[in-house]
Ligand binder design. Structure first.
Ligand code: UDP
Length: 421
């Protein structure tokens, strides 16, 4: 049993508000400062499963810094990894069920999930805050069980457009109990939820984060050669995401095999560093993919973070690839897509709703529905660099206009205020 079930994230840096205000139009900037002024001295605490790995951790790492710079006290706690593999195996099943997979959760697994949630709830009760924000289903029950007079918000960051009903029914009373329920896409809202509680926040990337660094393709390719053994002068296709069934890496390999008939020297890299401990299934998915990739020298997989600078490697892949693919079937949003678009990359996305929210097919990227279609697009784009530049520029404009962090922070401030009014 861990000493404490929750751990606090300690931040070693700060952001200055002047640095991000410049990304906002005048009216929005004034609104942000006004909303922040109402919340001075209030305290907001966010809780999620992991401090590292995945889009939610990425968002919280920036959100807390932005809130603090605006004078809103805030902290972030995550689940102590010592809670045990079994807890995360069950929460991973719940996560998959909420995205529509027909999973089996035994009575014993439910009991364990409830018991640990109860213990986490006891710790939540001791956290001093005005607003408690629970991110994703791993902590859904704990947040519900915590007897707090504070306002509780549930953030659902995944695609719940077609849930597996038996699991959804079990969790629905807990979800409904929250004062506000936030989804990343209107299509994910289930009709059985009270409409007055529901809000939609479109996710965003932090333009100040090191992840958004832009370097020349040449520099990036030299880095990938040095630290990943990826040849520097071949066409390079990359998918960057956790090894997860919903991200469909298998389909990417199928598409790549077709591409190789036209571009035998092309390289594919699948970068999915295993840093998040709430995703124990990643190892199995990785092994399956490694078996399919076999000994192909043209396919490189990156899974074990040991000895690698994960942030740097990810950034260099996003800058170095000729084409970024993100073949997801389900995606709450897909920050990797936004990150690549910000770097003026041409992204070919799968049919997931989260990706379709960002890409207008043919304008600022492409959406494909099969490996064959993905292969055709890759072949076309590799032979049309001018088209890639055009689409990449349009992608950057899209992110600038709709998916940057200061707007998301404004959404948060308005929500907190609406709770406290
Ligand atoms: N990521 C990373 N290295 C990896 C895989 C993912 O840095 O090897 C980051 C990626 O850049 C993005 C986040 O993890 O910031 C994934 O967020 P996304 O919303 O795309 O997907 P999620 O993992 O939350 O389903």
């Amino acid at each position: 049993m861990p000493r404490t079930y929750l751990e606090k994230v300690i931040f070693s840096k700060q952001v200055r508000r002047a640095d991000f205000l410049r990304f906002m139009p005048e009216g929005q900037k004034r609104e942000l400062l006004k909303q922040a002024s109402y919340l001075q001295g209030k305290r907001v605490v966010h809780i999620n499963a992991v401090a590292d790995g995945g889009g939610v951790a990425e968002i919280l790492a920036s959100l807390i810094l932005y809130l603090r710079s605006l004078g809103v006290e805030s902290d972030w706690y995550f689940i102590n990894p010592d809670v045990g593999k079994r807890f995360f195996e069950t929460t991973n099943k719940i996560h998959n069920a909420l995205q529509g997979a027909p999973v089996k959760i035994s009575g014993r697994e439910w009991d364990e999930y409830k018991e640990i949630s109860r213990r986490i709830a006891e710790e939540l009760e001791k956290i001093d805050c005005d607003i408690l924000a629970i991110n994703d289903s791993q902590l859904l029950l704990a947040g519900y069980l915590a007897h707090l007079t504070k306002h509780k918000i549930y953030f659902s960051h995944i695609d719940t457009s077609s849930v597996f009903k038996p699991v959804w029914k079990k969790l629905l009373p807990a979800i409904k109990f929250y004062h506000r329920i936030v989804f990343s896409n209107r299509d994910f809202v289930n009709g059985s939820l009270p409409g007055r509680k529901v809000k939609i926040f479109t996710p965003a990337i932090d333009p100040l984060a090191p992840k958004q660094k832009i370097v020349s393709q040449k520099e990036a390719r030299l880095y990938l050669k040095k630290y990943g053994g990826v040849p520097a002068h071949c066409p390079l296709i990359a998918q960057i995401s956790r090894f997860d069934i919903w991200k469909n890496p298998m389909g990417v390999i199928q598409a790549f095999r077709i591409v190789q008939n036209t571009y035998p020297n092309a390289q594919l890299i699948l970068v999915g560093f295993n840093t998040a401990n709430d995703n124990p299934a990643a190892k199995t998915v990785y092994k399956d993919i490694a078996a399919v990739a076999g000994k192909s020298r043209e396919i490189s997989l990156f899974f074990d973070p040991k000895g690698k600078n994960v942030l740097e490697f990810t950034v260099m892949t996003q800058n170095g690839a000729d084409i970024i693919v993100q073949n997801s079937i389900k995606e709450g949003f897909g920050l990797v897509v936004t990150e690549a678009m910000w770097k003026r990359q041409t992204v070919i996305g799968g049919p997931a709703l989260g990706i379709r929210k960002q890409i207008s097919n043919g304008k600022n990227g492409f959406i494909v529905k099969s490996p064959e279609e993905m292969a055709q697009k890759i072949i076309f784009l590799l032979s049309h660099p001018a088209k890639r530049r055009l689409v990449g520029n349009s992608a950057r404009k899209t992110v600038f206009g709709s998916f940057l962090f200061p707007r998301l922070v404004l959404d948060h401030l308005k929500l907190y205020r609406s709770c406290l009014k």
